[in-house]
Design a protein around this ligand. Structure first.
Ligand SMILES: *Cc1c(COP(=O)(O)O)cnc(C)c1O
Length: 430
């Protein structure tokens, strides 16, 4: 195995647990270049400092990572497979009329609870125990992070309360029921647009008054320092496994790795192990929605400007007064006006390319993957699949594209059926 990258010496799926590498970003103040930082009321600083100190300690504690790694193996079901999507690749080849690249899927959809989010919630729940706290809170939009948090809390016997916008409670009934089954209390937020942004504000407010007994399990690589770093580290297991699997199955690194970007946690997790391998092209796919017009998409890296949202500086969708813009995506998990600061840093550094897939393109990829491979993806992940189809057509047959398939689509079948009923048959050629 090559040692060219500081992370490549960890055999991801056997032996000792991988301790995330200590990199030069973020700085001790949580800066990724100009981005990141900690723009929060004074009352939150103490809780964030404590979290930072505990994390510093455990990041050198092999026992912590061994314990987490063991749980990821026996409870979450890791390592998730790297699977070759042969019929999808064949579809792309036939449509292009020439030899094209091989497409592979990193199967995060097979992780417990159906998405990558559990990698982070198990890690943060273990941190909660290390801090001697007995209660966790979380924000959730579509409910996926709420379910993953409620699952981790049930596993460890922690009290769990999840803030969710009243509008989302109505739209995501199934996940509300799942959280309650798992013993969590779901708190409906009636303020603002009654969606994720408002739930996040409410969770932060709770934490200001409760941080002595409570840990806030944030769901993506966003928010004030040290959250973007901690969530990235917990999700980086995806890329470390992928690297080892590529070397085993392909005898080389993949040429291109593609992931969808909401807050950016599954993408950061998939990309992080490859950041120091410049020959690996990394592409993040945002929600292109209905159009490029403000309010019609959820693509801050593609169409936004630097600003402050939820405690850190990053690309944000905002108007000229700095008011956060409305967003739209067919997938609830991508429907967020901000993005993690490290993605902003990677964008400006030119290390990662960011693009969009529209609702219609994601929906086509959703159907295509279901019919060619027998895998119904999350609508979020379908955005990444859509772009993989696009780039694979321009690549050579000895090249490999990996899509991080962030989640499974059971949660989306009603919405997809409703959208497909209105759309022309998207894959008539099948
Ligand atoms: C939540 C979610 C996302 C978006 O979140 P990131 O932090 O950008 O990964 C993507 N895919 C699935 C399946 C999700 O549940």
């Amino acid at each position: 195995m090559t040692r060219s990258s500081p992370t490549s010496n960890f055999p991801a799926d056997r032996g000792r647990a991988p301790i995330p590498k200590v990199s030069d970003v973020p700085t001790p103040h949580g800066r990724f270049g100009a981005f990141g930082g900690r723009y929060v009321p004074e009352t939150l600083c103490e809780a964030l400092n404590q979290l930072g100190e505990v994390y510093q300690r455990v990041s050198r504690d092999a026992q912590f990572w061994d314990e987490l790694h063991d749980l990821l193996r026996t409870f979450v079901g890791r390592p998730t497979p790297l699977y070759e999507a042969r019929r999808l690749s064949e579809f792309v080849r036939a449509r292009a009329g020439r030899e094209t690249a091989r497409i592979w899927l990193k199967r995060e959809d097979l992780a417990h609870t159906g998405a990558h989010k559990i990698n982070n919630t198990m890690g943060q729940a273990l941190l909660t125990l290390r801090m001697g706290k007995k209660r966790v809170i979380a924000e959730t939009g579509a409910g996926q992070h709420g379910v993953a948090t409620a699952t981790a809390a049930a596993h460890f016997g922690l009290a769990c309360e999840v803030y969710m916008g009243a509008e989302d409670v109505r739209r995501q009934r199934l996940n509300v029921v799942r959280m309650k089954m798992l013993g969590a209390r779901v708190i409906e937020v009636e303020s603002g647009s009654r969606t994720l942004k408002d739930a996040t504000n409410q969770a932060m407010r709770d934490w200001m008054g409760s941080s002595e007994t409570t840990h806030y399990i944030l769901g993506s690589v966003v928010g004030p320092h040290p959250f973007p770093m901690i969530v990235r580290d917990f999700q980086s297991i995806i890329g470390r496994e992928l690297k080892a699997q590529s070397l085993r199955l392909l005898s080389k690194l993949p040429d291109t790795v593609i992931a969808c970007v909401g807050g950016g946690s599954n993408a950061a997790g998939a990309f992080y192990a490859f950041i120091d391998d410049p020959q690996v092209r990394l592409i993040g796919v945002e929600a292109g929605g209905r159009s490029k017009s403000p309010g019609d998409h959820a693509a801050p890296l593609s169409y936004g400007t630097p600003g402050i949202l939820h405690g850190s500086l990053s690309y944000v969708l905002q108007d000229e007064q700095g008011q956060t813009a409305d967003v739209h995506s067919c997938s609830a998990g991508l429907d967020y006006p901000g993005v993690g600061p490290e993605h902003s840093y990677w964008k400006d550094a030119g290390r990662v390319t960011y693009t969009t897939a529209t609702d219609a393109e994601a929906l086509e990829a959703f159907t295509l993957l279901a019919r060619t491979e027998g895998i119904v993806p999350a609508l979020e992940s379908a955005h990444a699949v859509s772009h993989a189809i696009r780039v694979a057509a321009d690549m050579k047959p000895d090249q490999n594209v990996v899509v991080n398939l962030s989640g499974r689509g059971d949660k989306d079948v009603d919405e997809a059926a409703r959208l497909l009923a209105d759309a022309p048959t998207p894959v008539a050629s099948l």
